[in-house]
Design a binder for this molecule. Structure first.
Ligand code: AMP
Length: 592
């Protein structure tokens, strides 16, 4: 496929906010692509050159791109700078300077390769090399091609094509319907690489993807938990034996231990965070001589003398580039393992949890930095309740209740795992992970920053962000002062096309940053949009919201879903307008 044709597709995607239209466009694209082209297209549609976990960045700043545009059009840099000043969009500037230049007919893989070359330039003189390569590429581009090339290079191509929309489009291209989507989705959840899935599907067919296995070194998308508000709801979702584990307030880490070579630790966002935890890496190395495995658990800050668990904020001091070694001593951590996904060439994803954990215990040697998540196996709700009380007592934030017979469902938030936190129990509030989509200017004491932020839940079915509440409470002064700078890179001139809300914000943001907040009551609102289709008389909104913390470990698509909120609203303990804030005591209670 010519890059010119591909650029037309990018334009069509940019112009729509309908996920159905996106699926149509994507399926129309994939029927015309070969396997290698499909891999390139998969990355480029996300504005990337590789799967997220590789962290390949093009690494070009606005200034360098302006220089490349100036060089490609043989105009002085100050002209390009002035044009950028006027429009604020270097894509548009690149298009302007391409004028009516005809496309040189580069193909999609050719452009992809050139972009990779730009990304790979390293070391002294690499900035000049990148600039020259980009200027040369732009010289071969028509206006439309130049626009998208510039945006990809800058990392500002944000088409909002969600992974599930992408896979639906691919399924439609392959089968004419969404029939293949579950297989593609599972393959993506295991391999975490849309390019790999697209290439393999087009090369060997969908059926071959049924057999995908985790690969040591490539992160598996993590299995997630549903929530209940009352432990008495557990038997509705899991019958039989459950494993109840502490819910640690730390960082979820997936460890990849190869037979030889380097251990890699991945965060929940699939970032390589190995450098943060040299102590954990050493403990794994000592434990796993000659074995090959993928393990999961939570890294938690601890007090060495007492073994007491510390909170997430303490652990976050380990998130640093410099002084890592010093902080290994200052903030000691422990890795609490709770799952085993792969061992010595065998995938364990389909094995029951009970088997995976038995195998885990057999193959890991505990040490000062490495142990197993505290857990108990039971069928008795009262035992679950007392284990929860113990967990809270020991500094955990709650429990995760897991179906002993369940497989590891990569990338899925299902009812095989259920979380129950102390906030639910004490009924102070619920917690939600929400995406910032807008802001209200602050006045008086809050002048110069924001009075409140408009936040939204994610609806994976429609690929939209539905507004849920405006949050102004809970920020410290330092946090408040930092907001304008923190949010600046995401500022938009108008509401993002994927945001649903009746609120008129002063400032709009691209859905990018996720925050955790608490709130005390669900209510129906004429302006908010969560589950509006289902509630009918309005959208669901959250009252009394308070900011808790930023969730850098979550992508916007991993925010609390509108479905989760709707289920809370409908659940017996959900608070509705017509049953206002009755403080129900949980049925089974042992004070916490
Ligand atoms: P949440 O972030 O509220 O959706 O809760 C899910 C998170 O709880 C996971 O991503 C883990 O980081 C964390 N977690 C803590 N302990 C456990 C456990 N025993 N099993 C699973 N997840 C756990």
């Amino acid at each position: 496929m010519k890059f010119a044709t591909f650029s037309e597709i990018l334009e069509q995607l940019e112009q729509t906010s309908s996920s159905l239209k996106m699926i149509e466009v994507l399926s129309g694209l994939f029927v015309h692509l070969g396997p290698v082209e499909a891999r390139a297209a998969a990355y480029l549609l996300k504005g990337k050159l590789a799967p997220d976990y590789e962290g390949t960045e093009l690494g070009m700043a606005e200034k360098a791109v302006m220089r490349a545009i100036a060089a490609s059009a043989a105009v002085p840099l100050c002209h390009v700078q002035a044009a950028f000043h006027r429009t604020g969009d270097l894509g548009a500037v690149a298009a302007q300077y391409a004028g009516d230049r005809r496309s040189a007919g580069l193909t999609l893989p050719q452009v992809f390769e050139r972009l990779r070359k730009i990304a790979c330039a390293r070391g002294t003189g690499s900035q000049a090399t990148k600039l020259a390569l980009l200027a040369d590429l732009l010289q071969h581009c028509s206006a439309r091609e130049a626009k998208y090339t510039a945006r990809i290079v800058l990392g500002t191509l944000r088409l909002g094509v969600a992974e599930m929309t992408f896979l639906y489009g691919l399924s439609k291209a392959l089968t004419g319907s969404k029939k293949a989507k579950p297989i593609l989705e599972n393959a993506f959840n295991v391999l975490s690489d849309l390019g790999e899935v697209a290439e393999r599907a087009l090369r060997s067919g969908v059926e071959a993807l049924r057999r995908v296995r985790p690969v040591v070194g490539k992160p598996v998308r993590m299995m997630l938990a549903q929530r209940v508000k009352d432990l008495a709801e557990i038997p509705k979702h899991i019958s039989g034996l459950v494993h109840v584990e502490y819910k640690y307030d730390g960082e979820r880490v997936q460890a990849h231990v190869p037979r030889s070579g380097d251990i890699v630790l991945y965060s929940r966002r699939q970032e390589d965070i190995t450098h943060q935890y040299p102590d954990v890496v050493q403990a794994l190395r000592d434990s796993f001589r000659g074995k090959q495995a993928i393990l999961e658990g939570e890294v938690v800050a601890i007090e060495v003398a007492t073994g007491r668990l510390k909170d997430f904020q303490t652990l976050m001091q380990r998130r640093r580039k410099h002084d890592v070694e010093a902080y290994v001593g200052k903030i000691p951590v422990k890795y609490f393992l709770f799952d085993l996904l792969h061992l010595d060439g065998q995938s364990l994803l389909q094995k029951p949890l009970a088997f995976r954990q038995e195998t885990l215990v057999r193959c890991v040697q505990e040490s000062e930095r490495l142990t197993f998540a505290a857990s108990t196996a039971t069928k008795d709700l009262e035992e679950v309740e007392s284990f929860f009380a113990e967990a809270i007592e020991r500094g955990a934030e709650g429990v995760v209740i897991k179906d002993a017979q369940s497989p590891y469902e990569a990338g899925t938030r299902g009812w095989h795992w259920i979380k129950y936190k102390k906030e639910y129990r004490t009924e102070l509030a619920d917690t939600f992970d929400l995406v910032v989509v807008g802001g209200m200017h602050g006045r008086g004491m809050r002048g110069g920053t924001f009075g409140s932020l408009l936040v939204a839940a994610f609806n994976p079915t429609t690929n939209r962000y539905e507004s849920f509440t405006k949050v102004g409470a809970g920020f410290t002064d330092v946090e408040l002062a930092r907001l304008p700078k923190l949010l600046k890179p995401y500022r938009l001139s108008a509401k993002h096309r994927l945001v649903e809300t009746g609120v008129k914000a002063d400032v709009w943001f691209e859905p990018a940053l996720v925050m955790e907040l608490t709130g005390a009551q669900l209510t129906v609102s004429p302006v908010h949009a969560v589950a509006r289709e289902r509630v009918k008389k309005g959208g669901l909104a959250l009252r009394f919201p308070r900011f808790l913390r930023w969730r850098d470990d979550k992508e916007p698509e991993q925010a609390t879903t509108t479905e989760e909120i709707y289920e809370l609203y409908e659940s017996p303990s959900g608070r509705r307008d017509d049953k206002p804030s009755v403080r129900r005591r949980p049925k089974y209670g042992s004070g916490a």
